[in-house]
Write a protein that binds this ligand. Structure first.
Ligand SMILES: N[C@@H](CCC(=O)N[C@@H](CS)C(=O)NCC(=O)O)C(=O)O
Length: 244
């Protein structure tokens, strides 16, 4: 059975896991210990990031978009990539832009306040891990949380810029879904899946496999609340309801 290396709450991992589930491909989703993942992942792939898909034949695919490319090539049923070149390019452009403008920015915004709640962050990473991995996480946590701030949050100025870019990206997506239910063409595609996965951190749809529980920080709560009735948030929840 293919193995998907993940951080359970990660929206990029959710994108890959959703694609596997959507296509009905049985897989083993393995939560790896952050920090220690550097060794595990770099041993088999070029970068240190997850998701990483390890196929039964030993081939390794890293990155959520590359994983979808490979799944569509190897499992033709329920294609996520559209049939025409023009639509495929439109999907690629949306994924490339929105993985950053929505995905990277929301990660920065949420970590900027949630890192003050180490128990919540621990749950995010260690949910579904066996106890020896949970123990390793506890040991690494203080250094790890500092590293997460340095790598993903960086500074209050970067967080302010992330809020600004996130809002613009939400408006762009809102215009795109004003007249029609899908971002590209007239059926569900990888563009819809990708944008909805990036925003699952914002709307926490019930179909998402990670049980969020209550968000502990008032600033993070206020951020999610601000977008609760946004047309794109409502669209995300509908896409989850229909396709996840
Ligand atoms: N472009 C990548 C981004 C993946 C990514 O940013 N993964 C983060 C978790 S959300 C990660 O693995 N960070 C740890 C690292 O890069 O070592 C994708 O689409 O898969």
């Amino acid at each position: 059975m293919p193995k998907l290396l993940i951080f359970p709450h990660s929206h990029f991992c959710e994108k890959a896991r959703w694609a596997l589930d959507y296509k009905g491909i049985g897989h083993d989703a393995v939560a790896i210990v952050p920090g220690l993942h550097l060794m595990t992942v770099r041993k088999i792939a070029a970068e240190s990031s997850v998701p990483v898909l390890v196929n039964d034949d030993g081939t390794v695919i890293q990155g959520s978009s590359a994983i979808i490319d490979q799944l569509d090539a190897n499992y033709p049923d329920r294609q996520l990539s559209p049939a025409t070149e023009e639509e495929r390019q439109a999907c690629a452009a949306i994924e490339k832009t929105m993985d950053v403008q929505l995905g990277v920015n929301i990660r920065r915004i949420l970590y900027s306040s949630l890192l003050d709640y180490p128990a919540f962050i621990r749950k995010c990473f260690t949910h579904s891990m066996p106890s020896h991995k949970k123990l390793a996480y506890r040991f690494l946590a203080p250094k790890l949380h500092k590293a997460i701030y340095q790598i993903y949050v960086i500074s209050p100025e970067k967080v302010a810029k992330a809020h600004h870019e996130f809002e613009i990206a939400m408006d762009i997506m809102a215009k795109r879904i004003e007249q029609k239910p899908y971002l590209v063409g007239d059926k569900f595609s990888r563009a819809d899946l990708s944008v909805a996965a990036m925003l699952s951190l914002l709307t926490q749809p019930p179909e998402h496999p990670f049980p969020w529980g209550d968000i502990p920080d008032p600033e993070a709560q206020a951020f999610c609340e601000r977008y609760r009735e946004h047309s794109v948030s409502l669209w995300v929840n509908e896409i989850y309801r229909q396709y996840r």
